[in-house]
Design a protein around this ligand. Structure first.
Ligand code: BGC
Length: 362
């Protein structure tokens, strides 16, 4: 099926307005109540909403979204977007690839962030397959796009499961390049617009995190989470961590750090939960790192569905390679060569808190 064929009829979907150049933006709906209902935009291959039955039996949308294409394009917050070519930061936007220096777009305090000024989250992706529970979107990124070498063919498959959503990211290239794709949804398990996630609890399967300089670039090496506000080995209240006042937290105005995940293969790497709605989110991925970002820079300036978003109104759990990997051989490799296929999996499983024990006082 081609993008043009799918144009004819979008099951359960609809028009989401237009791009500045007049192209239409589509909203695609996947799943059916009482199961999870996901809406995805072809603009940015964006997760626009995710409605689930919360642990208290009430249905809520648990991700933050904007109400129009213009709001997505004007916003610096990457709400629900597919991030590429390179999620997270590359220091100075410079790295060496096969002996040649590459310079990529910098729009974050002199560093590359989330694919550059015109990242994949701002592009109109092509819908190539669609059923009641799945959608496959693709994007061709030309050679030199935001400075990255090679024509990159990227794809994201969204699949609604009985208890959540699976995203499968893929990419191929015609010349050596780097790639690191993820989704940037912000969760609020009390429902988007319900206030901050300070009272949510978080657990992350990591013994170490990556301390950063004042511009968010890893300082080098990992630090133990033990004895610090970054310790989510056992579930801990988010509000206590972001108000702890230690230098690393103050620097980022909260948590905005990469966690060094235990294990490999698709495994559960984090659990977020709300006592208020008795709802739990498990994040599963095959990626080595998880950027935990507590919505530190949400400042109320971007119009949103149902109002606006202020600091801490959502938390992003971005499964990915470590930041700055193209400059740090000790962090692994972000290389993709012709003939290889980049693949990454991200799953969000939602349900009632069940046996999850809240340790901190109310
Ligand atoms: C980054 C933050 C950045 C935010 C933008 C996060 O993934 O780590 O530093 O401000 O994205 O929304």
């Amino acid at each position: 099926m081609t993008g043009a064929d799918v144009n004819v009829h979008i099951m359960g979907g609809g028009d989401f307005g237009t791009m500045p150049d007049g192209r239409r933006v589509r909203r695609i709906t996947l799943g059916e109540a009482p199961g999870p209902v996901l809406t995805v935009l072809d603009l940015g291959a964006t997760v626009h909403s995710l409605e689930v039955t919360c642990g208290d039996g009430v249905r809520r949308n648990v991700v933050l979204g904007h109400a129009s294409p213009a709001d997505y394009l004007d916003s610096p917050h990457y709400l629900g977007g597919t991030i590429g070519r390179y999620a997270n930061r590359i220091a100075g936007g410079r790295f060496v690839l096969d002996g040649r220096e590459v310079r990529v777009g910098t729009h974050d305090r002199g560093n590359h962030l989330h694919g550059g000024p015109d990242g994949f989250n701002r592009r109109l992706w092509q819908l190539v397959e669609h059923s009641e529970t799945q959608a496959h979107l693709v994007l061709r990124s030309p050679d030199g796009d935001q400075g990255f070498p090679g024509t990159l063919d990227a794809g994201v498959r969204f699949e609604v499961l009985g208890d959540g959503v699976r995203m499968t990211f893929e990419a191929t290239t015609d010349a050596p390049t780097v790639v690191n794709l993820t989704n940037h949804a912000y969760f609020n398990l009390d429902g988007a617009g319900a206030g901050t996630v300070d009272d949510h609890h978080l657990a992350v399967e990591a013994d170490e995190y990556t301390p950063v300089d004042p511009t968010g670039i890893p300082l080098g090496g990992h630090a133990a989470v033990a004895g610090s506000p970054f310790d989510f080995r056992a579930q801990a209240r988010i509000g206590s961590a972001v108000r702890s006042g230690v230098e690393q937290v103050a620097r980022a105005r909260g948590i905005d750090h990469n966690y060094v995940l235990r294990g490999e293969g698709v495994r559960r790497v984090a659990t977020l939960s709300s006592r208020r709605t008795q709802t739990r989110l498990d994040v599963h991925t095959d990626q080595p790192g998880l950027q935990v970002y507590t919505g530190n820079f949400l400042d109320g300036s971007s119009p949103a569905v149902g109002g606006t978003h202020r600091q801490g109104d959502g938390i992003a759990l971005e499964a990915q390679l470590f930041p700055d990997t193209p400059r740090r051989p000790d962090f692994g490799s972000a290389m993709l060569r012709p003939g290889e296929t980049y693949r990454a999996t991200l799953e969000w499983r939602l349900g009632a808190v069940g046996s999850f024990q809240f340790q901190d006082p109310e």
